[in-house]
Design a protein around this ligand. Structure first.
Ligand SMILES: [Zn+2]
Length: 439
């Protein structure tokens, strides 16, 4: 962002503030943003020199943190539905091999536009050609944590050694305002010991984290156990991988021993309930036990090939229903905890809770304004706003979205990109990638 874009302060007056602060306070009040950060949260913000937004019709909500996705796959929605994981991966890998940096950028732009319109202001991604995703994030104004996928050199479709590619990516995007590059070993089924350890070493050198898939299916766990004699999380602990900051996606099939390892090592868990349900992973991530063990929890949509949405509103709803149903306990994961997963929890899992995830003075001003007159938020009572966000809110209720205090969505339209161009480029990428007759 240029200094000029940042120079004018913003005040939102008299909105319902869903702060997600330590007390989870919900208050009527004002927000003032200067230099990309909240400088005032509460009654009577000074309006000098500021653009003032009348907030009376709105609830201000922290931007959502999507803790696991593959955003550039947005052009593959509907390509691999209703298949077992093996068939699903087979169909997607065949397309992966054809992808170009250009169509990854088109897919990333389309996916990021969709996320912004859904109130997501930060996301954690795992893919390759991440420079293209980084450019898309920068131009549309979303906060992006981008993991370059690494796997054993004999198992990749990437040109060159994935670890060298990851190193180049980390160098090119170091110290960027919105983009945080990181290293993403894909999973135990394509990464051997050396790849895991070199990925960790690279992440440590760059002062960043590792993001990976872990124990999504029973088959993957059993295959690994057959090869190594150890379950995946035990094996990763034994080889010395869990020495730095980590975020694991899925974490469905875990033993008590693995849960204690993940808790002790404070491995962040990106729970992806829709993807797990659609791909029939069979089990349910043991969120209660993971949290008790000390693992930070967040919520991810996974890609639209397996969800088929990047909606964090929908993901909160599904996460709540799944945990309650599976545990025979309607009190588990109440609405407040679901909203926590989608906001401050995601920030904690990324090690960024001092910066994002709540509306508090000093934090970066990433937030959305939800229309309180939308039917999905009725009755618009402050005591029910958290319930509405977790269980019923529609994305159509999101009027505006801000990242670093700068509008990225206004009146349900993208501010920084041309929606029809983005859509056309996405359709062209899909046209090039999809098989002539997919079924
Ligand atoms: Zn994934």
């Amino acid at each position: 962002m240029t200094p000029a874009e940042r120079s004018r302060p913003l005040v939102v007056r008299d909105a319902l503030l869903v702060t997600q602060d330590a007390r989870r306070a919900i208050v009527r009040g004002d927000l003032r943003v200067e230099g990309g950060r909240f400088t005032h949260v509460g009654a009577s913000a000074p309006t000098d020199g500021a653009d003032v937004v009348d907030g009376r019709r709105f609830a201000a909500v922290p931007g959502f943190v999507n803790a696991h996705t593959h955003v550039a796959m947005s052009v593959l929605r509907g390509l691999a539905d209703d298949l077992e994981l093996d068939g699903f991966l087979g169909r997607l890998f065949a397309v992966d091999a054809k992808r170009t940096e250009r169509d990854v950028e088109a897919g990333a732009r389309a996916g990021i536009a969709e996320m912004l319109l859904g109130g997501t202001t930060s996301f954690l991604d795992l893919y390759y050609f991440e420079d293209a995703v980084a450019r898309a994030a920068e131009s549309l104004g979303i906060r992006a944590f981008l993991g370059w996928a690494v796997l054993d050199a004999d198992k990749t479709t990437q040109a060159g050694d994935p670890l060298d590619n990851a190193r180049g990516f980390l160098d090119r995007w170091a110290r960027h305002e919105l983009v945080t590059p990181l290293v993403a070993p894909q999973g135990v089924y394509v990464c051997g010991r050396e790849t895991w350890l070199r990925a960790r070493e690279l992440a440590e050198q760059a002062g960043t984290l590792c993001h990976f898939h872990l124990s999504e299916t029973r088959k993957e766990v059993h295959d690994h156990e057959e090869r190594t004699g150890r379950r995946p999380a035990v094996w990763l602990e034994e080889i010395g991988f869990f020495t730095g900051r980590s975020v694991a996606a899925h974490a469905v099939w875990l033993t008590g021993e693995e849960i204690s390892i993940l808790g002790r090592r404070a491995v962040g868990i990106a729970h992806c309930p829709s993807s797990n349900l659609k791909l029939a992973s069979g089990g349910v991530a043991p969120l209660v036990e993971l949290r008790e063990a000390g693992a930070p929890l967040g919520l991810g949509t996974d890609s639209v090939a397996s969800n088929n949405s990047v909606s964090m509103l929908r993901e909160m709803h599904v996460a709540g229903l799944l945990q309650k149903h599976q545990r025979w306990d309607a009190t588990v994961f109440p609405a407040q905890e679901l909203l926590d997963l989608a906001t401050i929890g995601g920030a904690q899992l990324l090690g960024r809770s001092a910066e994002v995830g709540s509306i508090e003075v000093g934090k970066r001003a990433d937030f959305s304004l939800f229309r309180l007159d939308h039917p999905s938020l009725a009755p618009a009572r402050p005591e029910a706003i958290v319930s509405h966000l977790a269980y019923s809110a529609s994305e159509e209720a999101i009027d505006s979205v801000y990242v670093e205090g700068r509008p990225v969505v206004r009146a349900r339209a993208l501010v920084r990109g041309n929606a029809s161009e983005i859509r056309a480029a996405g359709e062209a990428a899909a046209e090039a990638l999809w098989p002539a007759s997919p079924r």
